[in-house]
Structures are given as structure tokens and as C-alpha cells.
Ligand binder design. Structure first.
Ligand code: ZN
Length: 256
């Protein structure tokens, strides 16, 4: 079994000059599949192009990122809806909330969240949730929308243990990435008490590169550094982390 990067924006222009080499490096590091979160209408074509070139390896999701929820968000959501009706995707994502950058469109963010959760139910897809500086608010938004089938992941998890337990109790997973390697990332206080069955791994490339590449461009090959760190924190072997998180990821995504 090999590793799976459950969240990487490898279609962005940061990789235009060396995308093939980047994918070769990631294969050398044992990273097999890569799941690509959409952002908004400007990212779709690029994402589909990567899928077309690597159909069994790079799988697209479809959704509207909370940082792209602006005045025209209904137009953006309409485009997502059209895509969902047209073909199959592995998940709805990335969607969610963000209180870090801009709070102007908070009401619209909440509306876009609910609409996308309802599409996840309609198409029986998991949701991939962004919750930067808004983990508590997102849990609160999600709770009344839960049913027996809805699943998802809090991607790039950086909340506390209490919040992690709430998320797990809802049947959701935690996406663990480069933050696990950061000195003050806080995950060393969360992960020891979380069963591995609730975790999936991700890079969030090209963002949030793990140590020792922190601050530079991230790429899926660095998932091995995240795996190593999670193994250290949880006092498990690299292979145990790899096998468990890959199994979790394969059970999580659809249409792959
Ligand atoms: Zn992302």
C-alpha cells in the first residue's frame, strides 16, 4: 500500500514549469493518488486538464472555496451545480468557512455552506471542509445538517482536542498536513489521543509546506515528511500510518 495526498492544488500555476517532474518525485516518495480540491470557476479547467493527463492518479472534487464567496457567490454556486449534474466527482470541495482573511461575506459563506452540504446529500458525496480560524463556527453550522449518511473531513485540521472529538463524534475525519511538523502547530497535543481510523493525510500543496521546507512551495512528495511526523507523535511505525490513512482515504472518497 502507498500514500494518498487527500488535498493538493497541483493544478495551480506554481507547478506549470515542473508539473511532470513534481509528479515523478511524488511517485518516488510513494505517494500514489492525489485528490484535487476545486476553488471556484477559474480553477476548474486547469484541474480537469490535470485529471485528463493522469486519470487514475489525480482525482478532482467540485465545490466553492469560502474565500471565493463574494457578492457574486450565487453565480459561482450555479457553475458548481452544473458540474455536479454533468459528471462524477470524488467529493464536494473545497467548501467551508474562513474567518482569517475577510469577514465581509460571512452570511454568504454560511449560505454557500448549507447549499453545498445539501448537494453532498443529493449526490451521496463526502464534503471537504476548509475552516480557517472558524472550527467552532463550522461545527455549529454543520450539526443541524447532519444525517446518517453525511461524511466529510476537516481539512488542514488545526483545532484543539475538544473540537477534534466533536468532529469525530459527528462521523467526520481530520485532514492532517504540514502543520503537524510546525513547532507551535499544536497537533502534538491532539494526535496522541485520536485513533488513527479518524485521520487522513494531505499536503494542501502548494501551501503549508512541512518542515524543513516551511515557507517554500509545498508539493505532494513532502507527504512522506507529514507521515513521518504523525508516526513520531503517535508512536507508531511509518508503515502503520501509511496503511491506515490510505485505507481511510480510499473508503472516504467516491467514484475513484
Ligand atoms: Zn485547499
Amino acid at each position: 500500500m502507498r500514500l494518498i495526498d487527500t488535498h493538493a492544488h497541483i493544478y495551480t500555476e506554481e507547478f506549470d514549469n515542473d508539473r511532470q517532474d513534481m509528479l515523478t518525485r511524488c511517485e518516488d516518495e510513494g505517494v500514489d493518488k492525489i485528490f484535487m480540491p476545486n476553488v471556484d470557476h477559474t480553477s476548474v479547467d486547469r484541474m480537469m486538464e490535470v485529471e485528463l493527463k493522469h486519470p487514475n492518479r489525480c482525482h478532482p472534487m467540485m465545490g466553492l472555496h469560502p474565500c471565493s464567496v463574494k457578492k457574486d457567490f450565487e453565480k459561482e454556486l450555479y457553475a458548481v451545480e452544473q458540474w455536479l449534474a454533468k459528471r462524477k466527482f470524488s467529493a464536494i470541495g473545497e467548501m467551508g468557512t474562513d474567518l482569517h482573511w475577510d469577514k465581509t461575506f460571512w452570511e454568504q459563506q454560511k449560505e454557500a455552506f448549507t447549499i453545498q452540504v445539501n448537494w453532498a446529500k443529493k449526490y451521496n458525496l463526502p464534503i471537504v471542509i476548509h475552516s480557517r480560524d472558524s472550527v467552532a463556527e463550522t461545527i455549529e453550522l454543520l450539526e443541524p445538517l447532519l444525517d446518517t449518511k453525511l461524511t466529510g473531513v476537516f481539512h488542514c485540521y488545526s483545532g484543539d482536542l475538544d473540537q477534534a472529538n466533536k468532529i469525530i463524534a459527528m462521523g467526520f475525519k481530520l485532514g492532517i498536513g504540514g502543520v503537524a511538523t510546525f513547532k507551535n502547530g499544536g497537533l502534538d497535543k491532539v494526535l496522541p489521543d485520536i485513533d488513527i481510523e479518524h485521520l487522513v493525510l494531505e499536503t494542501d500543496s502548494p501551501y503549508l509546506a512541512p518542515v524543513p521546507h516551511r515557507g517554500k512551495r509545498n508539493e505532494p512528495a513532502y507527504l512522506s515528511l507529514v507521515t513521518q511526523k504523525v508516526a513520531e507523535i503517535k508512536k507508531m511505525t511509518y508503515l502503520e500510518i501509511q496503511d491506515a490513512t490510505t485505507t481511510n482515504a480510499l473508503n472516504f472518497f467516491r467514484n475513484i
